[in-house]
Design a protein. Structure first.
Length: 69
């Protein structure tokens, strides 16, 4: 697992990037008190490098007005 620091609307969140049982990478958002804060889909990335490259786009999608509903 690799943890990456992300900025979301002024709130600090950790993004944990993990490989699931199918070999694809996705992310979990963890808030300041280490509680689950949400799921961050990374589009079925097949490598850690690919998952990390997709982080900016995935975080931008979460910040989009449609995602806030």
């Amino acid at each position: 697992m690799a943890a990456v620091l992300a900025r979301m609307g002024g709130q600090r969140a950790d993004v944990i990037v993990y490989r699931d049982s199918t070999g694809q990478f996705d992310g979990l958002l963890v808030d300041d008190d280490d509680s689950f804060a949400g799921f961050l889909p990374l589009g079925g990335a097949r490598s850690l490098a690919e998952a990390l490259a997709r982080l900016p786009e995935a975080l931008a999608a979460l910040r989009a007005p449609d995602a806030q509903q």
